[in-house]
Design a protein around this ligand. Structure first.
Ligand SMILES: [Zn+2]
Length: 623
């Protein structure tokens, strides 16, 4: 069996026919040292029984066949989100036995860490882990499906973390679609009765989430690569042909833009739940994306933005990777100033790629950019929190007060806007001959293709300077490390645009919300003495429903387009529990920015604008 850097399993079959795991206890397969090993035993073998799926309990057995006298076992405290979530809280009933089946002492030495004294080279460690966090940032086992981000499921030993390891699922409910094992990144590594997969190390395993259950599946070939689309949703909620068309356009646009395809196969795994759709999570050979089913029904295009963003991550953050995120420390939060680039500039490129793919138009692009500028400028914290500081503070985002406009800006938001301005500055200095594309291709060649990590903001600055032959020290000092107001009009003038302020009037429930990437829609600000304030709505409350339907990330926008004076029915969860509210929408006036033509736009500026929005270089540099 080939070792693969990454694996994902889309379905798996006939594990029980493997023959070497036949003893059963408590209705599930028992793993022991004496049972025959798999064909090519790895230093660490994980077995995950799904027998107790209806109680959200996975039963994990880990067989170490080359154990030393003592074995330290750790559970990650974070993964998938830049938030410490202490996954050890879900681990219960941890125990171990040796080759002769005798219990081995297990001592907890600190939160998330255990020490096992091993009398023989083989030891089997077992525990139950409660998995009931849906969405791409979670791990979930239910009677409907299993979705596993492995760092939330599997303990690791620091001494074997960098060695190969196998994972095998046991006791898979027979009703779940069982056809094939798909191994991400390379050809399938074997028949389904073989192990689910072998990963080169724990990091690769953690980057290879798995979905097991009943789902729809569509594959296509493009430019020599195989793309898999896997959907776990009600078939009536979406159109697979339309979804595939959107995905094809995005993959073609981005692979072409980067002039690089560092994979043979890539998987898009979609969940379209009735409730809150959490967003997307990037992996080296695939992405897991959750979107609310109602939103999708109103427009299949709602899937395009998150798909374009996550797919671009396969370069930016997965391969063009900041040094500050390596090596991964699963036991502590990691300080990084680079998320403005790794997340924010991924937004910049994702939006351009939607235009390039023919999925949105120029006007939509500019309107969206104007609303991003509004979001940034309307947050008072933009005057004192830099986009690098916002990145360092990513770990605080679980706190509702932290997310209020007076406390923080978003590195997604300001990073995206700074990415646009960086692109325009490069174009301005080279009269359109060079662009953000050259910056990404240079970083891809210089770092990603050589397996090197880039030195955070300094590495981006250096790339911009090498491409243009000019200094970007002031740009990075003022707008990346600093909080100087962004020079919109100096840079937009290159493409014949200016930022203008206008007064807008819209309907509001008397509070503002923000959708945390991993969570529900939360209230971030409440108008003093408004109806919502008097009804007790407060910062940190979660909005669950709007007029009987799940509230989405578009909540504020949807309400702003309703009639002033209209009454909306809300379901809100706060400190005192869940309750229903009726609120009358009030008129609100605000200064807002729009992007509009400068008084006289030259043909040259028009040409610059067209190239900029599509992400092209001018003057034959594109290919
Ligand atoms: Zn992202």
């Amino acid at each position: 069996m080939r070792h693969v850097r990454n694996l994902t399993l889309i379905a798996l079959a006939a594990l029980l026919a493997g023959g070497h795991l036949c003893e059963r206890a408590w209705g599930r397969t028992q793993v022991t040292c004496s049972a025959p090993a798999s064909q090519q035993p790895q230093p660490t073998e994980y077995f995950v029984s799904l027998a107790d799926n209806s109680r959200h309990l996975a039963h994990v057995s880990i067989r170490f066949t080359q154990a030393t006298r003592t074995l330290t076992l750790d559970m990650p405290v974070w993964n998938a989100l830049y938030q410490v979530r202490d996954f050890a809280a879900n681990v219960a009933n941890l125990r171990a036995e040796d080759a002769s089946g005798r219990p081995v002492p297990v001592a907890e030495i600190k939160a998330s860490e255990w020490l096992i004294t091993v009398p023989s080279p083989c030891v089997v460690v077992e525990y139950d882990v409660h998995l009931d966090a849906g969405g791409p940032f979670g791990a979930q086992l239910s009677s409907e499906h299993g979705f596993f981000n492995w760092a939330m499921v599997l303990l690791y030993s620091p001494t074997t973390r960098s060695q190969t390891m196998s994972v095998r699922l046991l006791d898979v409910p027979p009703s779940w679609a069982l056809q094939d094992v798909h191994v991400m990144g390379e050809a399938p590594a074997g028949k389904v009765e073989e192990a689910v997969g072998v990963a080169a190390n724990y990091d690769a395993l953690a980057d290879s989430p798995a979905e097991v259950g009943v789902f729809q599946h569509s594959d296509f070939q493009q430019d020599g690569a195989t793309y898999h689309i896997v959907v776990h949703a009600s078939p009536g909620d979406y159109d697979m042909a339309k979804l595939e068309d959107i995905v094809r356009r995005i993959t073609r646009a981005e692979v072409d833009w980067m002039a690089d395809r560092p994979f043979d196969a890539y998987t898009f795994l979609y969940h379209f739940p009735d409730g809150h759709g959490a967003g997307g999570m990037e992996h080296a050979y695939g992405t897991a994306i959750d979107l609310n089913a109602d939103r999708l029904k109103s427009s299949m295009l709602s899937v395009a933005g998150v798909t374009a963003h996550e797919f671009f991550h396969l370069w930016n953050v997965k391969r063009i990777r900041p040094q500050s995120l390596e090596p991964i420390d699963y036991q502590h939060s990691m300080d990084t100033r680079a998320l403005w680039f790794s997340e924010g500039v991924t937004n910049t490129v994702g939006d351009m790629m939607l235009v390039r793919a023919g999925l949105t138009g120029e006007r939509q692009y500019l309107d969206r950019l104007a609303s991003d500028i509004n979001e940034l400028q309307s947050r008072p914290a933009h005057r004192w929190q830099s986009v690098e500081e916002s990145s360092l503070d990513a770990w605080l985002e679980g706190n509702a007060y932290y997310r209020t406009p007076g406390r923080s800006i978003s590195y997604y938001n300001k990073g995206e806007v700074v990415g646009v301005l960086l692109d325009l500055r490069i174009r301005q200095l080279t009269n359109g001959q060079k662009s953000l594309r050259d910056l990404f291709r240079w970083m891809n060649d210089k770092y990603a293709k050589k397996g090197l990590f880039f030195p955070d903001s300094d590495g981006v600055q250096q790339a911009a300077e090498i491409i243009t032959g000019q200094s970007f020290a002031e740009f990075f000092r003022a707008y990346v490390a600093g909080v100087r107001e962004l020079p919109y009009n100096d840079l937009f003038s290159f493409v014949g645009l200016q930022v203008a302020e206008t007064t807008v009037r819209y309907a509001s429930p008397g509070f503002r919300t923000l959708a945390n990437p991993d969570g529900p829609l939360e209230v971030t600000a409440v108008d003093a003495d408004g109806e919502a304030d008097r009804a007790g709505v407060s910062v940190g409350d979660r909005v669950l429903e709007l007029n009987g339907k799940p509230a989405t990330a578009n909540f504020d926008y949807d309400l702003s387009r309703m009639r002033e004076g209209a009454t909306v029915k809300l379901r809100v969860a706060g400190r005192s529990g869940k309750r229903n509210l009726k609120l009358k929408l009030v008129a609100r006036q605000e200064q807002a920015f729009v992007l509009q033509d400068t008084p006289a736009v030259s043909a040259e500026q028009h040409a610059h604008r067209g190239a900029w929005i599509r992400g092209d270089d001018e003057g034959g540099g594109a290919q």
